[in-house]
Design a protein around this ligand. Structure first.
Ligand code: NAD
Length: 361
């Protein structure tokens, strides 16, 4: 059996609980993983002077694979998102989020099987922002006026939305390559090119060019993001692999997760050319943190994606199969799923759910 060294960032809030649960399940799956625990988040600021220590980045670069729990980001003020910084530092441009119906999880549909491919490095997430009243905001307002690009109110804060040819090309290629490798039939590109002609418009133009390279092998279609949202809710079965610029992909991920039972079961991965960091779609859920109530399924399914990536398909399938069995049985599910299914049965704790999952593996 091959031993793999994996960087583990437990994260904060419920991350501490879901990461511990995930670790137990992976250890029970038969895969031989050596965990290299590395910190990130608010707890590091005091000890390391930064929420994302260089030693954590080094560990991921060395191992090539990491799994992380969620990390809280202070709203408007405080440090910038560690999650965004991590994706940027390691150039994890491909955010892959499979969305599958899980019978017993309270989803509205039984036939959802789509994959969200979200561009992860540019768009409004590039982090280029100017505070209202700042010199930078004033300069941009002046520049737009002097170029005749339009007038912006003086009291505006500004966030820049860059979308490049190279960035679009590599994410759309990644979507098509994923479709080919996984035996999928279609890639849909989602955009708002009718309004943002030079950012989303560019993304769409590049998507069409890339699609032409795959003609005859993988079908292609395109949707405006608002229409996509409605179509997704009405008939999710029509979508297969769906590729988005960063922000729309972020929003669509939660929307799609909601269709199949919620954030508690939505896994994900951030993939670059050199490293991959696996993590659930959900955040640190401060409202339930520290109470042993969190649903660890999303992080456990993220670990199954990681095991596939490491070539440990057997262990990955054992985990997925056990998850299916636990949900189909329905007697030991966490509170979020009880709520989603409208069940009055008592909710299982994160620990009890994990014990049960390991037992049926
Ligand atoms: P959230 O995903 O943490 O929570 C949204 C709702 O879903 C809450 O009611 C929460 O209790 C519930 N929920 C989420 N995951 C759950 C789980 N596994 N089991 C049961 N219930 C679950 O989103 P938020 O409240 O908007 O964000 C909280 C913090 O997390 C913020 O600081 C945000 O920046 C951060 N965040 C981090 C990541 C990441 O690390 N990748 C992603 C999203 C949000």
């Amino acid at each position: 059996m091959t031993r793999h060294v994996v960087t583990l960032i437990p994260g904060d809030g419920i991350g501490v609980e879901t990461s511990a649960a995930m670790q137990r399940v992976v250890d029970a799956s038969g895969a031989d993983i050596e965990w290299e625990v590395a910190p990130a988040g608010a707890e590091c600021i005091e000890s390391e002077g930064t929420p994302l220590p260089e030693s954590t980045l080094e560990s991921i670069r060395k191992n090539g694979v990491a799994i992380k729990g969620p990390i809280a980001t202070p709203v408007a003020g405080g440090f910038r998102s560690v999650n965004v910084a991590l994706r940027k530092a390691l150039d994890l441009y491909n955010c892959l989020r499979p969305v599958r119906s899980l019978p017993g999880a309270g989803g509205r549909y039984e036939d959802v099987d789509l994959v969200i491919v979200r561009e992860n490095s540019e768009d409004l997430y590039a982090g280029i922002e100017f505070e209202q009243g700042s010199e930078g905001a004033g300069s941009i307002i002046d520049l737009c006026e002097s170029l005749g690009a339009g007038s912006i109110r003086r009291d505006s804060g500004i966030s820049i939305k860059p979308i490049s040819v190279a960035g679009s090309r590599r994410i759309v290629r990644a979507a098509f390559e994923y479709a080919l490798a996984q035996g999928r039939r279609k890639v849909t590109a989602v955009h708002k090119a009718n309004i943002m002609k030079h950012s989303d418009g560019l993304f769409l133009t590049v998507a069409r060019e890339v699609a032409a390279e795959y003609e005859g092998r993988i079908a292609f279609d395109e949707r405006i993001v608002d229409a996509f949202c409605m179509n997704l809710v009405i008939e999710p079965g029509q979508f297969d692999v769906v590729v988005f610029p960063n922000l729309y992909g972020d929003i669509a991920s939660d929307l799609a997760a909601g269709l199949v039972g919620g954030l508690g079961i939505a896994p994900g991965a951030n993939i670059g050319d050199d490293c991959a960091v696996f993590e659930a779609v959900h955040g640190s859920a401060p409202d339930i943190a520290g109470q042993d109530k969190a649903n660890p399924t999303a992080e456990i399914l993220s670990a199954a994606m990681m095991l596939d990536h490491l070539g440990e398909q057997g262990a990955a399938s054992r985990i997925r199969e056990a998850v299916r069995r636990v949900y189909a049985d329905g007697s030991c599910l966490t509170g979020d799923i009880r709520w989603a299914t409208g069940s009055k049965e008592p909710a299982a704790s994160c620990t009890a759910f994990t014990d049960n999952l390991i037992e049926v593996m």
